[in-house]
Design a protein around this ligand. Sequence first.
Ligand SMILES: [Zn+2]
Length: 243
Amino acid sequence: MSTQKIPIRCMFCDTDSFKEGNCQKCRKNLLPSRPTKEKLKDFAIAFGIFFLIAAIAGIMSHYGLGRYRISHPSSWEQSIIISICGFVFILLPIAFWIAFGKDSKSDKFHRRAKRHLPNFPERALLDFTKAAEEAKNLDKHFDILKEKIRLLEKLGQKKKWQDCLHSFLNTINQKIQIKGSKADISLFLKRAQIHERLENIQEALSDYERIVTIKNVWNATKLEIEVINDAKNHIKKLQKKSI
Ligand SMILES: [Zn+2]
């Protein structure tokens, strides 16, 4: 199907348009930012979490914690109020920024792709592609790609999802080559997952094994330890397959 024949559904009036830009009926943007209602909800959630942190910090600072104890206020209510005021002043702008910060182009396409999934999978595919292209970093790109591949699989387009993975594999290989010995665990993990998906068992195995061995070189964080343990499980599974 040519791109011009794949509709874009307006999220405001449900009219289908065939060109990017504004809706032909209500003239609103076909690639909008998050609705204000959603932003307000995010703000309320962020604020609520910060408020809770502040209250807990207030209680903790009143009932000891050594040098963090607030010495002046006499009652625990005062401690909590001081803590909440302090936290709210510092964290309010952060909550505001989280909720009302500008949407990236990638976010907009990603959101629209998900909206198109049930009715216009072809449009969802185009939007996923755009969202991945515009993604700020490799992690985000990879996450969006996974969604796109799931959709291609559902549509039975095996050759297309394999091509997709091959092209991302090239990107990763280039990154690993540029970074040389400084290439990090997440790059090898992505490559291992792609090889596994493409059923290149030996390649996947070698990348998972590499992840396990670099553990000794680096001070592994909790997340890295999880990755390493996961890699070990994959190695066991793949070794069984390759026998
Ligand atoms: Zn419209």
